[in-house]
Design a protein around this ligand. Structure first.
Ligand SMILES: N[C@@H](CCC(=O)N[C@@H](CS)C(=O)NCC(=O)O)C(=O)O
Length: 216
């Protein structure tokens, strides 16, 4: 399988399937196309019908959209824990992951993912603060109801954690104040070797995007 991704410094949607595949040890090679460079449109259009990353190529199958990639992985690798095994936990995880995929626009706009940013707060505003409250409530409910057997939302790392990995990055980089339970969850995600691999690679990238690097 080949996963086509954008810059590790900024591409939050790319991080989702990438970290899931790394943590679950699903074999893949990556093809990184730097966002918005001169050859971006040409390179991305050659592999992605929607003109966005991530895209997964598996033989003659092409899968685009992060959540569709995750669902494909769940089908392709049954028993590897992409989603929780327990039905109630799985329904909850899919709902939370889909809420993430389709929502939290104010947070995404105000706090673009930037793994190079040293933690520094910004004024969030009411809409972003409402996003933070809702995300923390979702995490807390998942951990309390389904997460007894591990440090992640449903115990073991799953697709739901992958979908929220960029949120963990944003909360960290923008020094968002969250309760201790949510902070402990963030620490568990940030302690993953896969997380560190992604962040170190992102930090070493030579490309800069003003809209992500100059947020004040
Ligand atoms: N809904 C898509 C979002 C993908 C997306 O917006 N990716 C960004 C990079 S993080 C992108 O390719 N942007 C390029 C563009 O919009 O031209 C998904 O879940 O995969």
């Amino acid at each position: 399988m080949k996963l086509v991704i954008g810059n590790k410094a900024y591409s939050s949607w790319s991080l989702r399937p990438w970290i899931l595949m790394r943590v679950l040890d699903l074999p893949f090679e990556e093809d990184l196309i730097p966002l918005y460079r001169d050859d971006w449109v040409e390179r991305i259009r050659a592999v992605s019908p929607g003109g966005k990353v991530p895209v997964l190529i598996d033989g003659d199958l092409l899968v685009w959209e992060s959540l569709a990639i995750i669902e494909y992985l769940a089908e392709r690798f049954p028993g590897r824990g992409v989603w929780p095994v327990d039905l109630a936990a799985r329904v909850h995880a899919r709902s939370l992951a889909t809420e993430m995929h389709g929502g939290f626009g104010p947070l995404r706009a105000r706090c673009p993912m930037n793994v190079r940013r040293a933690p520094k707060p910004v004024v969030l505003g009411a809409e972003v603060e409402a996003n933070v409250v809702r995300i923390v409530a979702g995490w807390t409910e998942a951990c309390r109801r389904f997460g007894a057997e591990g440090p992640f939302l449903y115990g073991a790392f799953s697709a739901a954690d992958a979908m929220f990995a960029p949120v963990v990055s944003r909360f960290h980089s923008y020094a968002v104040d969250v309760p201790a339970e949510a902070r402990a969850y963030m620490q568990a995600v940030m302690a993953l070797p896969a997380w560190q691999e992604w962040v170190e690679a992102g930090r070493a990238e030579p490309w800069y995007l003003a809209e992500s690097d100059d947020v004040v």
